[in-house]
Design a protein around this ligand. Structure first.
Ligand SMILES: C[S@@+](CC[C@H](N)C(=O)[O-])C[C@H]1O[C@@H](n2cnc3c(N)ncnc32)[C@H](O)[C@@H]1O
Length: 244
C-alpha cells in the first residue's frame, strides 16, 4: 500500500488547508522565522526536512534575499506543489525527492547554516529520528541551527490522550463547518482512527511516532548538539532546537 502522503489529493488538501487543520501552523512558522533571524541575516543554505509544498521555505526566501533553500521530501505530489510555489526564486530554491531516512547528504550544494522542519520528523521511528539528528549535526556549519516544530507527546498517557482528543475535536468541527476540502476528510478520519480510536497501539515508522520533549532533547544531545532546548511549546506541539 502506498504511503498516505503520496497522493495528489492529500498534498493539495493539506496545502490548501494547513492552517485550519493544524491550529498552530502559522504560530510555529512565525516562531521559526524569529529564531532564524540571527542565523540568516548574512544568507546561507536552509534545508527544510519534509518541507512538503514549500510554504515555510517560501516565507524564509522572501524574508532573507541572500539565503537559498532546499526541500527534502519523499512525496512527489508535495514536491510538485513546492516546485510551482518556489519557481519565482529561480536557482535560490531546489527540491530533492528522498526519504529523510536515506542518505541525501550528497544532494546538498554546500554546508547548511540551518535545518528546519515542521510536522514531518514525528513520522520517523525512534532510531530513524536519532540517525537523522546525527546526520544534521555532522552536516551543519559550526554554530548552525536545527529547528524542528513538531508534534510531541506528554509523558503521561492521560495528558497525551487529552491533547489528541482535543485536536480530533478541532478537526471534526472544521470538517462539519466546511472549512477543509472534502478530499482531505478521509485523511483526517484516518488520523483520528489511528491516534484516538486506537490510542496506545504500537507504532511503526510512517505512523505518528510521537515522543516526549525530554526524549528528543536527549537525541539531540547524543547526536552532538552541545545546546538543545525548547524555545516554544503548546499542547501537542513544540519547537525543538539544537545549536552546533
Ligand atoms: C504534514 S506534512 C507537512 C509539510 C510541511 N512541512 C508543512 O508544514 O507544510 C508532512 C510532510 O512530511 C513528509 N514526510 C513524511 N514522512 C517522510 C519521510 N520519511 N521522509 C521524507 N518526507 C516525509 C510528507 O511527504 C509531507 O510532505
Amino acid at each position: 500500500m502506498s504511503y498516505r502522503w503520496n497522493t495528489s489529493d492529500f498534498a493539495s488538501g493539506y496545502d490548501a488547508a494547513a492552517e485550519i487543520i493544524h491550529p498552530n501552523y502559522t504560530a510555529i512558522q512565525d516562531q521559526i522565522l524569529g529564531l532564524l533571524e540571527s542565523h540568516l541575516s548574512k544568507g546561507g543554505l536552509v534545508v527544510d526536512l519534509g518541507g512538503g509544498s514549500g510554504r515555510l521555505l517560501e516565507r524564509i526566501l522572501d524574508r532573507w534575499p541572500q539565503s537559498h533553500g532546499l526541500i527534502i521530501d519523499q512525496s512527489e505530489p508535495f514536491l510538485a506543489l513546492a516546485e510551482r510555489r518556489l519557481a519565482r526564486f529561480g536557482p535560490r530554491a531546489a527540491c530533492v525527492l528522498s526519504r529523510l531516512q536515506d542518505d541525501w547528504s550528497r544532494e546538498l550544494p554546500s554546508s547548511p547554516t540551518s535545518f528546519i522542519s515542521m510536522s514531518a520528523i514525528h513520522h520517523l521511528d525512534p532510531g530513524e529520528k536519532q540517525s537523522l539528528y546525527q546526520r544534521c549535526f555532522q552536516l551543519l556549519i559550526p554554530g548552525g541551527l536545527l529547528l524542528n516544530g513538531d508534534e510531541v507527546r506528554a509523558g503521561n498517557d492521560r495528558e497525551y490522550a487529552a491533547v489528541l482528543n482535543s485536536w480530533a475535536d478541532h478537526m471534526r468541527r472544521k470538517m462539519v463547518a466546511g472549512a477543509i476540502p472534502p478530499s482531505f476528510h478521509s485523511a483526517l478520519h484516518g488520523w483520528i482512527d489511528r491516534n484516538v480510536n486506537h490510542f496506545g497501539q504500537p507504532k511503526k515508522s510512517g505512523d505518528d511516532c510521537h515522543e516526549t520533549i525530554d526524549t528528543q532533547l536527549g537525541y539531540l544531545r547524543s547526536a552532538g548538539f552541545p545546546l538543545a532546548d525548547v524555545p516554544w511549546q503548546k499542547d501537542l506541539w513544540a519547537i525543538l532546537r539544537g545549536i552546533k
